[in-house]
Design a protein around this ligand. Structure first.
Ligand code: NAD
Length: 412
């Protein structure tokens, strides 16, 4: 537990340090920096829930509301046994930056429940989800704080949460949560949105770096983000030469079809047994590819393995896949790091589109959603690229500057 606590603390300190460094470079005064760092609210609730055997169990839960200068708080709720308060606060902080980077009218929020969903029945998880909403009902809502799915939470869990919220309030409020099933007012295109948004950014980057001939891609992680990123990158002409999941991966320099790998996995095969060369997750990170895409976990590139990266671009589709040391090493060695706050902001962007549709009571076709997603991602990329080139600074620093400028200009 101590370890988990210190991990959460480390994550929070590093998010806050990044904001402080950027804000100091921008010559902001100390009080403004404090306003950018301190969360506006932090809600903590013990959820007492009856288990299937009739016994009561208590789960810790949190909702952090970091900064609302740009709009209502927005961010997922994660279910994880190792979730701690500091981690939730760090993720809320990064959501403020991500929403500002994407130009969305939102502040940053995040929720967490310390629960291991693998150890509970579906009925118990439903009761925990509903209890979370009961405790938080007065601090969330479509114009206040809009939760969404995150690690170990999905459309079904959100459907229970929105149902509980509406039952308590006594009216319908489809814009109070995003990531809902389409039948309950979810948006078409939400499932693929994070991967699709990443590919739009990658295409825009490749256009800027046309002399580099960026073609080959290795993707670590074959879940929602990694699979759709690989599939859509393949569809628009990139050569996906390696993919992996938690059990390892496959490499084929001639290129792989991610849909075929997925089919193979669905039929009971392991990704690493797909025809090609077996690679471990560690080996995948040092393959001779143009673009390396960590799309699974945090901190996979660190001080011990960053020097082995041979890619020209590291594209952060996971949240926080690089430690500070790895980031500094890669940047010093002219490897372009496309930051998570830009690369994976397609998910929250389509959440925003879902919220707009819910508020209007009018739903768009998938083509309309995808075209608005593209417009948002390309606009966000262009602003960061322009600053990065003009000020000769890495894209991550440029992203934080763009975000902080927007937040500060809306603070009164
Ligand atoms: P997911 O659970 O759908 O998939 C995770 C994938 O990573 C799985 O294929 C799993 O096998 C693999 N994996 C687990 N441990 C691994 C390991 N040690 N090495 C390699 N692969 C491993 O999760 P997801 O929704 O795809 O999220 C992935 C990352 O993207 C997370 O950092 C998440 O916070 C971030 N993210 C997700 C979204 C979204 O819309 N889903 C949006 C923004 C950011």
């Amino acid at each position: 537990m101590e370890d988990t606590k210190s991990q959460g603390k480390k994550m929070l300190e590093s998010a806050q340090a990044l904001i402080r460094r950027t804000a100091e470079n921008m010559k902001l005064d100390e009080d403004t920096i404090r306003r950018l760092i301190e969360p506006e609210f932090f809600h903590e609730a013990s959820l007492t829930v009856t288990m299937d055997d009739g016994k009561k169990k208590v789960f810790k839960s949190w909702r952090a509301q970091h900064n609302s200068a740009l709009g209502p708080y927005k961010g997922g709720v994660r279910f994880h046994p190792e979730t701690v308060r500091d981690e939730v606060q760090a993720l809320a902080t990064l959501m403020s930056i991500k929403c500002a980077v994407a130009g969305l009218p939102y502040g940053g929020g995040k929720g967490g429940i310390a629960i291991d969903p693998k150890k509970h029945s579906k009925a118990e998880i439903e009761r925990v989800s509903r209890m979370f909403v009961k405790k938080m009902v007065n601090v969330i809502g479509e114009n206040l704080d809009v939760p969404a799915p995150d690690v170990n939470t999905n459309a079904e869990i959100i459907s229970w949460m929105v149902d509980e919220y509406q039952n308590i309030k006594g009216y319908k409020s489809p814009a109070s949560f995003t990531g809902k099933p389409v039948s309950m007012g979810g948006s078409l295109g939400r499932t693929e949105a994070t991967g699709r948004g990443g590919v739009f950014v990658l295409q825009a980057l490749v256009e800027k770096l046309s002399k580099e001939k960026l073609k080959t891609v290795a993707v670590q992680g074959f879940g929602n983000v990694g699979y759709f990123f690989a599939k859509l990158a393949h569809e628009v002409g990139f050569k996906v030469v390696a993919v992996s999941d938690s059990r390892g991966g496959v490499y084929d320099e001639k290129g792989l079809d991610p849909v075929a790998v997925k089919e193979f996995k669905k039929k009971g095969g392991q990704v690493s047994d797909y025809p090609g060369k077996k690679v471990t997750n560690e080996e995948l990170l040092s393959l001779p590819v143009d673009i390396l895409v960590p799309a699974a976990l945090e901190n996979v590139l660190h001080e011990k393995n960053a020097s082995k990266v041979r890619a020209k671009v590291v594209f952060e589709m996971a949240n926080g896949p690089l430690t500070q040391e790895a980031y500094e090493y890669l940047s010093k060695n002219n490897i372009i790091v496309v930051p998570d706050v830009l690369a994976n902001s397609g998910g929250v962007t389509v959440s925003y589109l879902e919220w707009v549709q819910g508020k209007a009571g009018y739903w768009w076709s998938e083509e309309e959603v995808n075209s608005r997603l593209k417009e948002t991602m390309v606009r966000a990329f262009e602003a960061i690229w322009k600053k990065s080139v003009a000020e000769k600074i890495p894209m991550k620093q440029a992203a934080f500057e763009v975000a902080i400028e927007k937040i500060v200009s809306a603070m009164v």
